[in-house]
Write a protein that binds this ligand. Structure first.
Ligand code: PMP
Length: 354
């Protein structure tokens, strides 16, 4: 017997590159190009480092209170984790336990199949249609759970809340997780449905619209019973997941609604302008409601554009995967960053013989 035969072998998720060079124009991991709310900075500066010798609050009390007030939900309806990746990993572990296949789209956040493989959960990837839309009927068969991002990633397409509700209502024998990582950039959250459906979990993050990817804060909203089951699993894994700084700085971010709205507004305005410029250059793309655009050019291969942009110090995301290997996912940066991106893009276009 070889010790290697007893290892849980997995193929890990590959995150987008985090280059050391800070001069890179980083449009590859859907981070926010603006800093977090000013109150966050003040709180960080005033933080008494001596407190770090203590364990943090296991319930992330202050942050939980701020979120409950902001979203008008009860404390028992909220779960907080180390980024939404942690929330989702715990949710897969807690809720997808039937042995039946879990459903999610074939083109979607590429961590879902990694978690399913890690936990040995069977899964079926449901094919998006030609326009990358979710086919509702595909989700109406017997399953061990469903996870759908809305807006979807990397397409940016937002499905109507009515359709999401039909999927939740039609699957009351299993848990439906809606991953709303990008919902603040123009979508309608389905969190209002958590009082109506016990089988719905809505997951959001501080990493995009709240500009705090570095602190790792994510959360889920759901019925009391569902959240209790999720916490039971989480507290069987690690009680002290949320560190003091994340709890306190995250709270400040939630308190400054005006700053949050302003940041989101700026990103949306830039996104809409960049859509027009990309269309002028011959790109096509779904109508994204996220902080990114998933674009393909009619003449020039995406891989080539990706590589040439990288040489110029502009990073976007590219996947060599079936159906999407001629697309680039471009995160929306500041207006200045997007101007530089477009300038480089135009010079790549010019090089191409007609
Ligand atoms: N869901 C989706 C759809 C995402 O794109 C991301 C970002 N990679 C996440 C969840 C996880 O984000 P975080 O862990 O930073 O909250």
């Amino acid at each position: 017997m070889n010790w290697e035969d007893n290892i849980r072998r997995v193929i890990p998720y590959i995150p987008g590159e985090q280059p050391k060079d800070r001069n890179v124009i980083k449009l590859n991991t859907n981070e926010c190009p603006y800093p977090p709310a000013p109150g966050v900075r003040k709180k960080a500066e005033d933080f008494d480092y001596e407190r770090l010798r203590l364990y943090p609050d296991t319930e992330a009390g202050e942050l939980a209170e701020a979120l409950c007030q902001y979203y008008h939900i009860g404390k028992e309806q909220l779960f907080i984790g180390v980024g939404s990746d942690d929330v989702l990993a715990m949710a897969f572990l807690a809720f997808f336990h039937s042995g039946k296949p879990v459903f999610f789209p074939d083109i979607t956040y590429s961590f879902y199949d990694v978690w399913a493989e890690l936990y040995r959960i069977p899964y079926e990837q449901k094919k998006l249609d030609e326009d990358f839309r979710i086919v509702k009927e595909d989700y109406m068969a017997e399953n061990g759970g469903i996870i759908i991002p809305n807006p979807n990633a990397p397409t940016g397409i937002l499905e109507r809340t009515e359709m999401i509700e039909e999927i939740v209502a039609g699957n009351q024998g299993s848990i439906v997780i809606i991953d709303e990582a990008y919902v603040d950039f123009g979508g309608e959250s389905c969190r209002k449905l958590i009082d109506k459906y016990e089988n719905l979990l809505v997951v959001q993050t501080f990493s995009k619209s709240r500009a705090m990817a570095g602190l790792r804060i994510g959360f889920a909203m759901g019925g009391e019973k569902l959240i209790r089951y999720l916490k039971d699993v989480k507290f069987s894994f690690n009680s002290y997941t949320m560190n003091m700084l994340s709890v306190e700085l995250g709270t400040e971010a939630v308190r400054d609604e005006e700053y949050f709205r302003g940041t989101v507004r700026k990103i949306i305005a830039t996104r809409e302008r960049v859509k027009k410029e990309l269309a002028d250059m011959g790109f096509t793309f779904p109508d994204s409601k996220g902080n990114f655009i998933f674009a393909s050019h009619r003449d020039i291969p995406a891989k080539r554009i990706f590589e040439e942009l990288k040489q110029q110090g502009v990073y976007v995301r590219y996947w060599e995967k079936p159906r999407i290997d001629n697309y680039l996912r471009i995160t929306i940066g500041t207006d200045e960053e997007m101007d530089i991106f477009i300038r480089h893009l135009r010079s790549i276009m010019k090089k191409e013989p007609a």
